[in-house]
Design a protein around this ligand. Structure first.
Ligand code: NAD
Length: 502
């Protein structure tokens, strides 16, 4: 094992930030650019927590070469042994969870209990996937022809490019990297530039767990600069990307040119439907967590609440009160319930949607402004914001805001609620609150989304269940669950003939 920061013996929070390197072919190496970029704390804009390599396409090229060179030996290792390495990595994550969570809170702002949860997801999925290495992975089937037997086997694809967003800095890189490796592929990981530190930690841990040189390569830098080099290289067999629908569309177009496999997990405009028989306090609590948790920056965040008009006023009043009670602050403070946005640029982007909502005629119940008072000065803070009297076609009800903004859409019936819920280009997650079993089953059938929650908010995943969306929230693939390994492998059908030729 080599170190990501060989020259440094400093502790984490000393003034001089560490400079992390790329990890290529089992070595931590500087970019050929000779340049770095800063990873900053959104709770305190001036605090640089680490420096990372501003890589170039030449670094990506070197990473792909290393991954390609490592592929034959890695795919030849029996899958249970590959699983054992992933299990060791999961156990190392578990042992260091608190320290990793602290770093994650410092690099992207969400409170410690959420960053602990982010890492817990990676741990749980690592343990789950490790066991998948020992499962039978194909079918044995009779042939229609005498003296013949047929079977299917699963084979790795080769080099997989993994491109990840900043909002789940450990969970999402692990969701992709673990099953890709387990299936026998080698990986080039490009994390989001707002959160490279958590991916650097994951890379170090997999290295320490015994991953052979070149099986995982880690390159940091701008997606705009590095993306094409990774996505269009003919040596890369598959791209797995989680990010915005806009970037996903571009990556899919590039992959489509040479029919490269591409798995996309993209944006959402997730709705909670609240029927007139719902337990309102339960619904308010769930929407407050799903709408304002991670400062509204989850792909599954609740950004629309479609409420029966009989209870819309009461719901709006209670949700605004809950939003105003939330403690906003530095995620390192254990009393904090909502941290900052991921960077200062996002404050202006979210505020633009407040202006758009007001311009469209929606009524602002609370929030709608940046928070700059007292200890919040210097951080990327935005008030939990609730709009009501929103119409389904308004931009604030159609576009992914990715901030703490919830829009209440009053409706007169179940049918109108479903129509509103299904009216966006997205289809990731949707929830319904009702006490009526018939309405529950109708909603399970009628809502067009990849994830449905009943009497719970729109967020939350379990490692053994598939995760993903329909319409422009993805391209039909699913992460997590045992299907996750299938995503990263190819079926081979084998026919074995054994006639007596004597
Ligand atoms: P983003 O699309 O800006 O970036 C995602 C990744 O793509 C980053 O690593 C970025 O550097 C890279 N990238 C940017 N331009 C690229 C290009 N031209 N070619 C290749 N890669 C490129 O998204 P983000 O702001 O990091 O994350 C937020 C988005 O991710 C939201 O839309 C959110 O809904 C979505 N998301 C979806 C899921 C899901 O499972 N569906 C989960 C988390 C986040």
């Amino acid at each position: 094992m080599t170190s990501a920061h060989p020259a440094s013996t400093e502790t984490q929070e000393q003034a001089q930030p560490r400079a992390y390197l790329n990890f290529i072919g089992g070595e931590w190496r500087p970019s050929v650019s000779g340049q770095t970029f800063d990873d900053t704390n959104p709770a305190r804009r001036d605090e640089v927590i680490a420096r990372f390599q501003k890589s170039t396409p030449a670094d990506v090229d070197a990473a792909i070469s290393a991954a390609q060179a490592a592929f034959p030996a890695w795919r030849a290792m029996p899958a249970p042994q590959r699983g054992a390495i992933i299990l060791r990595a999961a156990l190392l994550l578990e042992a260091r969870q608190a320290e990793l969570a602290r770093d994650m809170t410092r690099e992207m702002g969400k409170p410690l209990r959420e960053t602990m949860g982010d890492i817990q997801t990676a741990i749980d999925f690592g343990k789950f996937v490790a066991g998948e290495g020992s499962r039978p992975e194909g079918d044995t089937v009779p042939s229609a022809i005498p003296d013949k037997m047929c079977m299917t086997i699963r084979q790795p694809l080769g080099v997989v490019g993994v491109i990840t967003p900043w909002n789940f800095p450990m969970a999402i890189p692990a969701w992709k990297t673990f099953p890709a490796l387990l299936a026998g592929n080698t990986v080039v990981l490009k994390p989001a530039s707002d959160t490279p530190l958590s991916s650097a930690h994951l890379t170090e841990i997999l290295d320490e767990a015994g991953l052979p040189k070149g099986a995982l390569n880690f390159v940091t830098g701008s997606g705009g600069v590095l993306g094409d080099a990774l996505v269009t290289d003919p040596r890369v067999a598959m791209i797995s990307l989680t990010g915005s629908t806009e970037v996903g569309r571009r990556v899919a177009e590039l992959c489509g040119r040479d029919l490269r496999r591409v798995s996309l997990e993209l944006g959402g405009k997730n709705a909670v439907i609240v029927m007139d028989d719902a337990n309102l306090d339960e619904a308010v609590k769930a929407v407050s967590w799903a709408g304002f948790g991670t400062t509204g920056q989850r792909c599954t965040a609740t950004s629309r609440v479609i409420v029966h008009e009989k209870v819309a006023d009461a719901f709006g009043r209670k949700l605004a009160e809950a939003a105003e009670r939330l403690r906003v602050g530095d995620g390192l403070d254990t009393a904090t319930e909502m941290g900052p946005l991921v960077n200062q640029g996002r404050v202006a982007a979210v505020h633009e949607y407040t202006e758009i909502g007001l311009g469209e005629g929606a009524s602002l119940l609370t929030g709608g402004r940046a928070l700059t008072e007292g200890e919040l000065a210097g951080g990327a803070y935005y008030a939990p914001t609730v709009f009501t009297n929103v119409k389904p076609a308004m931009r604030i009800a159609q576009e992914e805001i990715f901030g703490p903004v919830v829009s209440i859409i009053p409706v007169a019936s179940y049918e109108e609620a479903i129509q509103a819920a299904n009216s966006t280009i997205y289809g990731l997650s949707c929830a319904i609150f009702t006490e009526d079993a018939r309405t529950v089953f109708r909603a399970m059938r009628d809502i067009n989304a990849g994830l449905i929650y009943v009497n719970a908010g729109t967020t939350g995943a379990e490692p053994h269940l598939p995760f993903g969306g329909v319409k422009q929230s993805g391209n039909g693939h699913r992460e997590l669950g045992h299907k996750a390994v299938e995503e990263f492998s190819e079926i081979k059908t084998v026919f074995v003939s054994y006639p007596d030729v004597k």
